[in-house]
Design a protein around this ligand. Structure first.
Ligand code: CAA
Length: 440
C-alpha cells in the first residue's frame, strides 16, 4: 500500500502574548509557580483584534503552499477543524479558500471543502479523513489541506483562563509524505460527556476538574482499543509520544497513565514493583476504595522512579516545549506537540527516519484516539523550514489593561471597537463582517 501521511506542516501563532508568571499571576493573586510548575505554562498566544480563526488558518496555509510551491490546482480537499466557528452554515474552509484565492492563481472550485467538529480531536479526525480519501484513490493525484485553527479563550475568572491560546496548524496530506506516514490502525475511547460545552456562546462552560478525569478515562480506553488492533506497544519502540496538550500538567498525568498501561504485565513492571516495594495490582484488596488507594500510591511512587523519569524526559518532555509558551490551541494542540518533538530531535542531531511516534489525541465531549506514525526521510528539511521560535519571540507582550480590552473584543456578545496592538505584515486580517481575510 502507498504511504500516506503529512507531507509538510506550518504553524501560525496569534500575534500577542500573555505572560503568565509575570502579568497574569500578580493580577490573580496567585503564586507564579502554580502556572509554571503546576500547569507547566509560561505564556499564552493571544489573537490581536484583527486576528481570528480564518486569518490564522489562512496565514498558516499560505505559508505552507508558498513554501511547497503549490498552486490551487494541486489541492483537492480543504478541511478545517475548529471549535471556535462563528458560522453555523458556511464552513470555515470556504472563508480560508477565499483568502488563498486572493494570493494564488486560479481557484478552488474543484476542491471538496468541509468543517470538522469534535472539540480538540477534530484536527486528528480531519487528518484521518484526508488520509482515507487518498487511500481510497479519490484524490485524482491531488493533496489535501487540513487546517486546525482556534481561539481558545475562556471567560475572565474561569479556571481555564490560565490555559488560553490562539493559533493555527496547516498540514499538507499526500502520498509518499516527507514528514510522517500514518498507520492505518487507530484505537478509540468515546462517551457522551458534558464536562466542556460551547452551546452558541464564545467562551466555554467547563467543569475543569472533571474534564481532566474524562480525558484520562477516554485515553485509557483508546490505548486498550489501539492494542487490540495493533498489538502491544513496547516502551522502547516509541521515540516520542505527543499528546493533546491543553496544558503540560495534563500531559504529565496522561503520560503516567500511558506508561503504566504500556509496561503492565511485562518484566519492566516487575522491576518497577521491586524498586518501589509495592505491587501495582493489589489483588488482595476486595473493596474498591482500598484498591483505588493502593493503586494511587503505586502510581505516585512509580512517577518518582528513575526508570519512569528517564522515559518521561526522553519521550514526553520534548513534546511540550512549544506548548509551554503558546498555551492551548484546541484542535491544533496535538499537532503542535508533534512539531515540538521533531524540533527537539533536530536540535539534538537525532536521526528520526523510520522511528515511531505514538500520537494521543483527545476532544472533550468526549473522545480519545491513539495512532502510530513513522517518521519519513524528508523530516529534517520540513522541520528546519519552520520559523516557530521567531514567531513566538516576536509576539507583542500584553499589559493587563490591554489584555482585558482585547479579551472583551473577542467575545462576540460584546460590542467593541478596540485598536490593534500590532501592525499586520503581509498577512490576512479580519476587517469586519463581510470583509473577511483581506491581505495587508
Ligand atoms: N506551585 C506548584 N504547583 C502548584 C502551585 C504552586 N504554588 N499551586 C498549585 N499548583 C499545582 C496544583 O497542585 C495542581 O497540580 P496537580 O493537578 O498535579 O495536583 C496544578 O498546579 C493546578 O492547580 P489547580 O488544580 O488548583 O488549578 P485550577 O483549579 O485553578 O485549574 C484546571 C486547573 C481545572 C485544569 C483549569 O486549568 C481548567 O479548567 N482548564 C480548562 C479545562 C482543561 O484544560 N481541561 C483539560 C482536560 S479537557 C481537554 O483537554 C480539552 C481541552 O482542550 C479544554
Amino acid at each position: 500500500m502507498t504511504a500516506v501521511g503529512i507531507d509538510a506542516v506550518e504553524i501560525w501563532t496569534g500575534n500577542l502574548e500573555l505572560d503568565l508568571p509575570g502579568t497574569f499571576a500578580p493580577q490573580k493573586g496567585e503564586d507564579p509557580e502554580k502556572y509554571t510548575k503546576g500547569l507547566g505554562l509560561y505564556a499564552s498566544s493571544f489573537p490581536d483584534s484583527y486576528e481570528d480563526i480564518v486569518t490564522m488558518g489562512a496565514n498558516a496555509a499560505h505559508r505552507l503552499m508558498e513554501r511547497k510551491g503549490l498552486e490551487t490546482d494541486d489541492i483537492g480537499r480543504i478541511d478545517v477543524a475548529t471549535e471556535s466557528a462563528f458560522d453555523n452554515s458556511k464552513p470555515v474552509s470556504t472563508y480560508v479558500a477565499g483568502c488563498l484565492e486572493q494570493v494564488f492563481e486560479g481557484d478552488f472550485h474543484h476542491a471538496n471543502k468541509g468543517e470538522r467538529k469534535f472539540a480538540c480531536i477534530a484536527g486528528t479526525q480531519s487528518l484521518d479523513d484526508a488520509c482515507n480519501w487518498i487511500r481510497a484513490g479519490r484524490n485524482r493525484g491531488r493533496a489535501a489541506l487540513v487546517i486546525a485553527t482556534d481561539t481558545a479563550l475562556y471567560a475572565r475568572g474561569d479556571a481555564g483562563e490560565a490555559t488560553q491560546g490562539a493559533g493555527a496548524v496547516a498540514m499538507l496530506i499526500d502520498e509518499d509524505p516527507d514528514l510522517v506516514e500514518l498507520s492505518t490502525e487507530q484505537g478509540y475511547g468515546s462517551a457522551d460527556e458534558t464536562d466542556f460545552l460551547k452551546p452558541n456562546q464564545q467562551f466555554p462552560s467547563v467543569d475543569g476538574k472533571r474534564s481532566v478525569q474524562v480525558y484520562l478515562a477516554r485515553m485509557r480506553e483508546a490505548l486498550e482499543d489501539y492494542e487490540s488492533v495493533a498489538g502491544d506497544v513496547h516502551v522502547d519502540d516509541v521515540a516520542y509520544a505527543p499528546f493533546h496538550t491543553p496544558f503540560p500538567g495534563m500531559v504529565r498525568k496522561a503520560a503516567l497513565l500511558a506508561y503504566r498501561h504500556i509496561v503492565r504485565d511485562t518484566t519492566i513492571e516487575d522491576e518497577l514493583a521491586d524498586e518501589i516495594g509495592r505491587q501495582p495490582r493489589p489483588e488482595a484488596f476486595d473493596d474498591d476504595e482500598a484498591y483505588r488507594d493502593a493503586l494511587r500510591e503505586y502510581m505516585d511512587e512509580l512517577k518518582e522512579t528513575d526508570r519512569y523519569q528517564e522515559w518521561y524526559a526522553e519521550t514526553i518532555d520534548p513534546t511540550l516545549t512549544v506548548s509551554r509558551n503558546v498555551g492551548n490551541w484546541y484542535t491544533g494542540s496535538v499537532h503542535v506537540a508533534r512539531v515540538s518533538a521533531l524540533k527537539h530531535a533536530l536540535d539534538e542531531g537525532r536521526d528520526m527516519t523510520g522511528e515511531t511516534m505514538l500520537i494521543g489525541s483527545y476532544g472533550s465531549g468526549a473522545q480519545a484516539e491513539i495512532h502510530a506514525e513513522t517518521v519519513c526521510d524528508g523530516w529534517e528539511e520540513e522541520i528546519e523550514a519552520l520559523n516557530v521560535d521567531a514567531q513566538i519571540e516576536e509576539r507583542y507582550d500584553l499589559e493587563w489593561e490591554d489584555y482585558e480590552e482585547i479579551h472583551d473584543a473577542h467575545n462576540h456578545d460584546v460590542d467593541s471597537d478596540v485598536e490593534e496592538l500590532t501592525t499586520p505584515e503581509g498577512e490576512f486580517v479580519f476587517d469586519g463582517w463581510g470583509r473577511m481575510g483581506e491581505r495587508k
